[in-house]
Ligand binder design. Structure first.
Ligand code: SIN
Length: 272
């Protein structure tokens, strides 16, 4: 049976997996792929061209699908979200560093993006390792952060210009997570605050939290901790939202980009 060929994309996160068709993969090939996800944070598999049903089946290997309450659903398969950029759109979905669904009490375990229509250039997605940036901190900073929790909210969707029109009733109360989480499967400590959804530290005001959060956002997105995914036709990318943050690049004005995204339910997060 074929095995995956696995090549790292960068020093701290990302791997390219080739040699197996996701649509026909055996359980052991899927398990090997999941191990690569936990090792590298984000994995990309070119030339997969998944149908919506195959995309759903792949997601169900990881767990229960969680439907995004803000994105436009794919008409034929509403548990898949559309990540669409129209030619006249200046801001794109995910065009700032963020963690999918950190505003949920049990944030999404992974997101699975399947390329449907790509612009002729640009539209790359950047990923940053939340484990590598934690490891790079001094023990003093690590210890302070391990004692903190932070509030996360979906409120930024109220003012977004990313082509999303939130329905009434979509918004929920903020939730709290440890600032340094223990990865639920591997125990790896990871930074868990992000610029889109984190509001403030528990028992700190928004103003008091802002300088430390700004420092952390600059640190965790340093180029050394990142990998850049250049999309190819039919490519599938899977990222673990506890291990990496991501950023979609809005540099293809005048062109359409269409991706299908499924997020898989996670668990409440514990502190490291
Ligand atoms: C997202 O933030 O989930 C979208 C990423 C992308 O379109 O590259």
């Amino acid at each position: 049976m074929d095995t995956w060929s696995i090549k790292k994309l960068a020093g701290h996160c990302g791997a390219r997996l080739e040699g197996v068709s996701l649509a026909n993969a055996s359980t052991s090939q899927l398990q090997e792929m999941r191990s690569a996800l936990f090792e590298h944070g984000v994995i990309v598999m070119p030339q997969q061209h998944l149908s919506p049903d195959q995309h759903i089946k792949l997601a169900e290997f990881f767990g229960e699908i969680v439907v995004n309450r803000f994105f436009t659903p794919v008409a034929s398969h509403p548990i898949i979200a559309e990540v669409r950029t129209s030619p006249n759109q200046a801001e794109v979905i995910g065009g700032t560093w963020h963690t999918d669904h950190s505003y949920d009490a049990a944030p999404a375990m992974c997101s699975i993006l399947s390329a449907k229509e790509l612009p002729p250039f640009g539209g790359d997605t950047h990923f940053a390792s939340m484990a590598a940036s934690y490891r790079a901190m001094s023990p003093g900073l690590q210890n302070i952060l391990k004692g903190l929790r932070a509030w996360h909210s979906d409120s930024s969707f109220a003012t977004t210009k990313q082509g999303i029109n939130p329905k009434q009733g979509a918004f929920r109360d903020p939730v709290i997570h440890p600032v340094i989480i223990k990865h639920p499967n591997t125990g790896t400590p990871c930074v868990f605050v992000n610029g889109d959804f984190t509001i403030n530290f528990e028992n700190w005001s928004i103003e008091e939290s802002a300088p430390m959060l700004s420092y952390l956002y600059a640190l965790i997105t340093k180029p050394i901790f990142t990998a850049r995914v250049v999309w190819e036709p039919g490519m599938v990318a899977i990222w673990d939202n506890r291990l990496v943050q991501h950023y979609a690049t809005a540099d293809y004005s005048g062109y359409t980009r269409l991706m299908h995204r499924i997020t898989v339910a996670g668990v409440p997060l514990e502190g490291a």
